[in-house]
Design a protein around this ligand. Sequence first.
Ligand code: BGC
Length: 381
Amino acid sequence: MKKRVLGFLLTAVMAMGLFAGCGPADTGAPAEDGTATEAADTGDAAPATTSSGGKRVAVAMPTQSSERWINDGSNMKEKLEALGYEVDLQYAEDDVQAQVSQIENMIAAGADCLVIAAVDSSALVNVEAQAKDAGIPIIAYDRLLMDTDAVSYYATFDNKGVGTAIGKYIEENKDLKNTSETYTIEFFMGSPDDNNAVMLYNGLMEVLQPYLDNGTLVCKSGRTSFDDTCILRWSQETAQQNCENYLTGFYADEDLDICATAFDGFAYGCKAALEGAGYKVGENWPLITGQDAELMATKNIIAGSQTMSIYKDTRLLADKCVTMVQAVLEGAEPEINDTEQYDNGKLVVPSYLCTPVAVDKDNYKEIIVDGGYYTEEQLAE
Ligand code: BGC
């Protein structure tokens, strides 16, 4: 473990802005009413145009406080409209009751299909039952809908795979298999009401637990369980607060070497806490992980204040979800690649898992820029 060389001065720092203000290349900004406008057309794997008969697809998204959901919403809207569907896109701003009301209104307004990325995956059971009674099929978008038999399909990324990818990145970056050093680590995990968060944690710990057990990794706070490290509603502010508390309580005499975080928003919170504690990029800055490869996170990766993120191509996810909408509305066959992992307590939901990719300063150009997700210009702004 490296000893702290710099003085440890804890100062209050401003939380970083939540949203960088730009989406993937050519993606339209959200309109003021919370609906999204144009989005990039990737052209890859886009579903073929069919006659949708003017059917109405309602898309319930969790929040606009994080860039990825804005991109998800605008991608879905554009792709569905291109197929002739009428789209009702709503954001609940992480308010469970607001999302319940929005879905009730969507049902009352005559939705033919509901696509839901839940704020709280278990809180929609009643409204999902209402939809089922009204004959409206439901597709779970990115977050599994729990405890309901009203869901037909689930489009997501391999959520356990996100965790193993973060774990393997840490393992390789610090050469944990071979090193004789020890590294300090703290964990910042996702929301307990989001099934993805638990799966990510399980994948992460599958890789890292052996190194905690043999002492190569040392978590000085002792907080390694999911219950001890989860952060309700994926709050950046809570991640910052937790990091500040860890630094003050456990790292006065030695550096924190690794912030294992499950979300770019958490990485921003840790960055603010570390800056406040006097850590310096290029000197004693820790390895910081994240998820979503948001624009700000990618800029931070280039600048060195975040080490890696998990790139999730939301254009691809939207394509897969649209094929599921078509399946339930037009009787088409959606592509499914998992019929085992996603048991929601009522049924194992047929799922399509997109592949998450770890990005850092060495491969972001190839993956993110060449892949058309962000332009060099966006990253340079
Ligand atoms: C998603 C992540 C996202 C997180 C916070 C999760 O359900 O899978 O991609 O970072 O929510 O918004």
